[in-house]
Design a protein around this ligand. Structure first.
Ligand code: GTP
Ligand code: MG
Length: 343
């Protein structure tokens, strides 16, 4: 699970990356691709830390990558560096733009490049298939010949592939192409300090199906540099409850269909990251392979119930709120789990 940061030159990609991960990308001269982990803010997690006061605190993390590429080969570097990224954050510079049409134009410029890059991949593959028309086709060739014309049609109409309805196995079969526009994308509008509302205006232009968040990287960079105690004061003075960069991280996390469950104790409170729809044994396997292999039961309680019971397992048990779930149980976001296993 990795999220690649994309955007036109000087749009604020590295600034955003640095705010979210704390990794100083702009100081790493000569590194084409810089990777860093961002902690996912979660009020439930913070509450559990308050309750257990653990020695170790391990929130959920999302890996981001920032590409430092200039010159003629920049595009190749971006493509290579981000070929493994599962999702994209598209940073749009609104802090130097004069009006909404100009911001929209900048957004479209990169979107169109991505659509064109995908179209070229499709065209190349179809051209090669056409050349070998006389030879017998492998099942993969036949699949490509069947599905790619639909993709071409969509791209030629100027639309990203992510909106195309594809069966799960079709999606899987297309993975090796690393198409840009098939990946989920979050648009991050880097707004001017004195005019945050431009992001909403852009949002109205793009429609509600395009996930979009506005953030002023200049202000957020100041905020991220403050010690946590002072952050709250700064936020209060701005009249907001939460830093926007936290919302960006959380939106990116859910964009990839990830949820977290918690393990708790005095030694460690930890958020474990799993894809939505994961069954209990596989979720246990994220902690350790043995947990999956020797899975017996999961002792589960929802976050709200846990708090309602006073925030202790003993009280939850006494109230009959601790559930014992088996192999087919699908883990839900925010559950507190204790796995029983045997190896
Ligand atoms: N005023 C203002 N300046 C910003 C903001 N965000 C970034 N900048 C400035 O814009 C310049 C470019 O920012 P970067 O984060 O390096 O942008 P980038 O997209 O990584 O640039 P390249 O990697 O060179 O393409 C820097 O001088 C930043 O300080 C913002 O929100 N407001
Ligand atoms: Mg940069």
């Amino acid at each position: 699970m990795e999220i690649g940061i994309l955007g036109l030159p000087q749009s604020g990609k590295s600034t955003l990356f640095e705010i979210m991960t704390g990794v100083r990308s702009r100081e790493m001269h000569g590194e084409t691709c810089v990777r860093g982990l961002a902690s996912v803010p979660d009020a439930r997690f913070d509450r559990l830390v308050e309750i257990f006061k653990p020695v170790k605190v391990s929130p959920a993390k999302v890996p981001f990558s920032d590409v430092n590429a200039v010159g003629e080969k920049a595009w190749d570097a971006v493509r290579q560096s981000l070929s493994g990224a599962e999702g994209l954050v598209h940073v749009v510079d609104a802090f130097t733009a004069a009006d909404i049409p100009e911001i929209l134009g900048r957004y479209r410029k990169l979107e169109d490049e991505l659509i064109l890059a995908d179209l070229m991949i499709v065209e190349n593959r179809l051209a090669r298939l056409a050349k070998m028309a006389k030879k017998p086709m492998t099942p993969q060739d036949a699949f490509h010949a069947h599905v790619l014309p639909r993709l071409r049609e969509r791209l030629e109409a100027g639309n990203p592939l992510r909106g195309l309805s594809l069966a799960e196995e079709e999606r899987h079969g297309l993975r090796s192409f690393s198409f840009w526009t098939i990946r989920p994308e979050l648009v991050v509008v880097n707004t001017p300090e004195d005019h945050p509302a431009v992001s909403e205006a852009l949002g109205r232009e793009l429609g509600s199906e395009v996930p979009l968040i506005g953030i002023c990287c200049a202000i957020e960079a100041e905020l991220a540099a403050l010690p946590p105690e002072e952050r709250k004061e700064f936020l209060d003075s701005l009249g907001v409850s939460e830093a926007a960069f936290g919302r960006v991280i959380r939106a990116a996390f859910s964009l990839l269909g990830r949820i977290s469950y918690f393990t708790v104790g005095e030694d460690e409170v930890k958020a474990w990251v799993i894809p939505e729809g994961t069954k209990a044994p596989r979720a246990a396997g994220v902690i350790h392979n043995d947990f999956e292999r020797g899975f017996i039961k999961a002792e589960v309680i929802g976050f709200d119930e846990f708090i309602a019971c006073g925030g202790t397992h003993a009280a939850a048990k006494a109230a009959g709120k601790l559930r014992l779930e088996g192999k087919e149980y699908v883990v839900q976001d925010g559950e507190i789990i204790n796995f029983r296993f045997n190896v």
